[in-house]
Design a protein around this ligand. Structure first.
Ligand code: ADP
Length: 484
């Protein structure tokens, strides 16, 4: 099996072939501003060509035996694992996260491919009781058809495989558009997929103008499904555009996750869990903790335990082994974080550590922000309403269970919520009362191949992961037959 260096290999892929374009996109390292690579930049024409390829490949791929589709996914997972070090390096350079974190993401990416390869074999239908004598009711699963997959820059490897793998397992063919900030890792993963026994046209990748490509795919009758991960604003726009043709939609959008800490916990363990989650990927995680609600009697202790951990986080280039946290993705993100912190401090929040853009020395050319902890955060500050998407841990205080549930549910979002307590009855009550798609109890890891991932309210529709993630790419067909 080939080990790639990935240098200058990135391309768009249609019908198993590299695509060229007179226009190029320069991909920049957010830690240094240096150019990582150039990729072809596509638009309407390339987007149409990709659908044509996926449409032509659909009959053959959807009729393959499930274990044959599984074989391709198994090979793809092996290719990803075989190349994990160079993939992690590439991901770190274009996205900024530390290489160790990038390696973790590559393994997650491979685990989704592996799991859906296995699940592809278990796709069965159902025979239902007859409604009248001599009747047979059979329910079949059919792949929805050509699926358009639009992915974000924060987990640019895992989000590609979490969509492509169930789509292919279901028998769909795909057209993919990665975020323009991070096209290289998507291109590398699709190249590895194309290097398997995948028939040409089953997976196609277009890098380019998001609006044009999105519009082309949403207006094309042959595209039956849109699976999108990104901002709530764009998700709503896609839902509007998709209405005309009644496209099937899966949308994984923003969140505003509370972490509720009750006073019966071990604050050291909780502080470890919260800091690990909050500062992963420089705080750019849709299910990342946004607001830390500490019950008043443990608030001071927790504030200090979080502060002391955060103050030690080493910030630097992702490719530097010492780094525990990299830069933000771009300058706009850096400015946005600075705004949220300034707004909170102006309205009375206490800065326990951090709170500044890092702009000198090794940080001069990147988009770094110091790991920050804010105490005394209250409603009315902008960061309680909106997702900060940065390395800021805001701590609030609460008195009672019912009060914190009511405050947590006030948000229009509903992706993830976390709670920390050792009281089993309270775990049941609070996790049932919180209006979120996922609840982390005494832990913060939520993304596993077998587990449904997704939100309620304005955090989206549909689920990724598990058999639910596969169902998103399937239609039901009922066949009612008279046999006598
Ligand atoms: P973020 O704010 O995290 O960058 P976005 O929602 O803007 O999130 O982007 C997520 C993905 O959606 C990216 O691949 C981006 O290029 C794409 N995208 C952005 N706007 C549109 C659009 N109007 N139509 C289709 N895709 C879009």
């Amino acid at each position: 099996m080939l080990v790639h260096a990935w240098k200058d290999e990135a391309s768009c892929w249609i019908n198993g072939e590299r695509q060229t374009s007179s226009e190029k996109l320069e991909v920049v390292d957010p830690a240094t501003g240096e150019s990582v690579s150039e990729v072809p930049w596509g638009g309407t024409e390339m987007a149409e060509k990709a659908v044509e390829a996926a449409w032509s490949a659909f009959p053959e791929w959807s009729n393959r035996l499930p274990h044959e589709r599984a074989e391709v996914l198994k090979e793809w997972a092996a290719g990803i694992r075989h190349n994990k070090n160079s993939l992690a390096e590439l991901l770190s350079r274009e996205q900024g996260k530390p290489v160790a974190e990038a390696l973790g993401e590559i393994e997650v990416a491979a685990s989704f491919v592996e799991w859906y390869g296995e699940e592809a074999k278990r796709l069965g239908g159902e025979v239902l009781p007859p409604g009248k004598r001599g009747q047979q009711i059979t329910v079949l699963h059919r792949p929805v058809g050509v699926a358009a997959l639009i992915t974000p820059w924060n987990y640019p490897a895992a989000m590609v495989t979490r969509k492509v793998a169930p789509a292919l397992a279901a028998g769909c063919t795909v057209v993919i558009k990665p975020a323009s900030e991070t096209p290289l890792i998507a291109a590398a993963l699709i190249q590895l997929l194309i290097e398997t026994e995948l028939p040409s046209g089953v997976a196609n990748l277009v890098i380019g103008d998001a609006k044009l490509i999105g519009k082309t795919w949403l207006e094309d009758h042959r595209v039956r499904k849109i699976s999108f991960t990104g901002s709530t604003a764009v998700g709503k726009e896609l839902m509007r555009q998709g209405a005309d043709q009644m496209k099937r939609l899966s949308l994984e959008l923003g969140g505003n996750a509370p972490a509720i800490v009750f006073d019966d916990v071990d604050c050291d363990r909780v502080a470890d869990a919260i800091v690990d989650n909050k500062f992963e990927n420089c705080g750019q995680m849709c299910n990342g903790i946004n607001l830390i609600y500490a019950q008043e009697s443990v608030r001071e202790e927790l504030e200090e335990k979080i502060r002391s951990r955060v103050a030690k986080i080493m910030v630097g280039r992702g490719t530097d082994k010492k780094s525990q946290m990299g830069p933000l993705i771009n300058q706009a993100a850096q400015e946005k974080v600075a705004f949220f912190v300034e707004d909170a401090v102006n309205k009375g929040a206490r800065l326990l550590c951090g709170g500044e853009k890092l702009t000198t020395g090794e940080y001069a050319d990147g988009f770094f922000y110091s790991p920050t902890v804010l105490a005394g955060v209250e409603s009315g500050m902008a960061l309680t309403e909106e997702e900060v998407f940065g390395p800021v841990a805001p701590i609030l205080s609460f008195q009672s269970e019912s009060e914190v549930i009511e405050r947590s549910n006030r948000t229009p979002y509903g992706l993830a919520a976390y709670l920390f307590t050792n009281d089993a009855r309270r775990i049941k009550r609070v996790s049932e009362a919180l209006d979120f798609g996922m609840i982390g109890v005494n832990g913060t890891s939520l993304s596993f191949p077998q587990s449904p991932f997704g939100g309620v309210k304005e955090s989206g529709v549909g689920r990724e992961g598990g058999r639910y993630g596969l169902e998103e790419f399937l239609e039901l067909k009922s066949i009612l037959t008279m046999l006598d």
